[in-house]
Design a protein around this ligand. Structure first.
Ligand code: NAD
Length: 353
């Protein structure tokens, strides 16, 4: 029998394909942008210039200062430009760091956003913003944060370095896996999640073999869009909480940490979610947690939290912090099994159910 559910879909316009960035001008017109600010990281300043050129006279300026974790000081700096240049729209080109800055500006101004994602992180599909102030990260959700238009252009993902392609893709899979056992899961998002996991699990090893494989890149970006949709629609659980704690407390890299932890978090929850494990078997094979562990190896990701620079002495602190603020998870959170999970992830062992 189908369990009762509530389904809410986020509004948004999505354009997907190869060469779709050519439609940027028309999309800016659609949103009435006459003085758009283009955002990027310093590493993607060239892409920002190309984007600005495509906007012609609709571009009021470029801010290529986005960094990881959306520090409030960087947002305030960009806000200075927004005000000085009478900006009337935001165009973000890049990964979650750049998209985070665009969302932070939209939260403060309610300006419309066009997002052109170049990683698989999925932030463009969510009304969620994580900001850092004085070293502390806070997360909030608001309709103002959700981008109005997303342009997925497969061509722009060809330059994503191979290791980051793999870990960013597994980061995306994590959204879909947790969506399947979310407290507010629903049949529509579960369908999307399974389609997303299948697309990414098939495409990521092919990208690791040949980063210029356009067909694999298209599948991965398609999967990433679906994974972002899952993240924007339902709540996450143990895996995302653990990665948030590990990243925030020990300064571990975002996508790599997700890739190391996901098989272990799924193995922890497996006994409490037999139906989800059966559905995952259909897309990942007989042992989904092992398959995700193997996928990490196939895409050349770091194998352990130790490889990411975490000291073994931090395992206990990670357990304490993961238990500090109670949150929903399909399996009860207990000290000993949680310590075993983090210890195995730290050492690079295989997941154990
Ligand atoms: P990122 O945006 O930090 O990008 C990593 C690096 O890769 C950057 O230097 C970037 O310029 C570069 N890069 C991106 N695309 C490239 C391309 N195609 N070619 C060459 N270089 C490229 O990494 P990310 O993993 O996309 O984002 C991580 C951040 O996003 C984290 O802060 C995370 O918390 C946040 N995030 C937020 C949400 C949300 O819903 N709020 C969802 C997912 C991630």
């Amino acid at each position: 029998m189908i369990a009762p559910f509530t389904y809410v879909s986020n509004p948004g316009r999505v354009i997907f394909g190869s060469g779709t960035i050519d439609q940027l001008g028309d999309e800016a017109d659609r949103l009435g942008m006459k003085r758009a600010l283009v955002l990027a990281t310093p590493q993607q300043e060239g892409a920002a210039r190309d984007t600005a050129d495509r906007l012609f006279e609709r571009c009021a300026g470029i801010f290529a200062g986005a960094v990881m974790h959306t520090p409030v000081e960087v947002t305030e700096h960009a806000m200075g430009l927004v005000q000085a240049q009478a900006v009337d729209g935001i165009v973000s080109i890049g990964g979650g760091s750049t998209i985070g800055l665009g969302k932070a500006i939209a939260l403060r101004t309610d300006l419309p956003q066009i997002v052109i994602p170049t990683t698989y992180a999925g932030s463009e599909m969510t009304p969620i913003l994580g900001e850092t102030k004085d070293g502390a990260k806070t997360t909030q959700s608001s309709a103002r944060i959700l981008p109005e238009t997303v342009i997925y252009d497969v061509d722009l993902t060809l330059s994503l370095p191979t290791p980051l392609s793999g870990t960013s893709g597994v980061n995306a899979i994590a959204h879909a896996v947790e969506a399947l056992y979310a407290e507010n899961r629903n049949p529509v998002i579960s369908l999307i999640a399974l389609e997303a996991i299948a697309a990414l699990a098939e495409a990521l090893p092919r990208i690791a073999q040949d980063p210029a494989d356009r067909d694999a890149r298209a599948s991965a970006l398609y999967g990433a869009w679906l994974c972002g949709t899952c993240l924007g629609a339902v709540g996450m659980a143990l895996h995302h909480k653990l990665c948030h704690v590990l990243g925030g407390s020990f300064d571990l890299p975002h996508a790599e940490t997700h890739t190391v932890v996901l098989p272990h978090a799924l193995a922890y929850n497996a006994p409490a979610i037999p139906e989800v494990m059966t559905r995952l078997q259909a897309v990942l094979g007989p042992n989904p947690a092992d398959a995700l562990h193997k996928l990490g190896h196939e895409v050349g990701a770091p194998r352990s939290l130790r490889d990411l620079g975490m000291a073994e002495a931090c395992v206990d602190e990670a357990v304490t912090r993961a238990l500090a603020n109670p949150y929903w998870n399909p399996r009860q959170l207990e000290v000993a099994p949680l310590r075993a999970l983090i210890s195995r992830a730290w050492a690079g062992d295989g997941p154990r159910i």
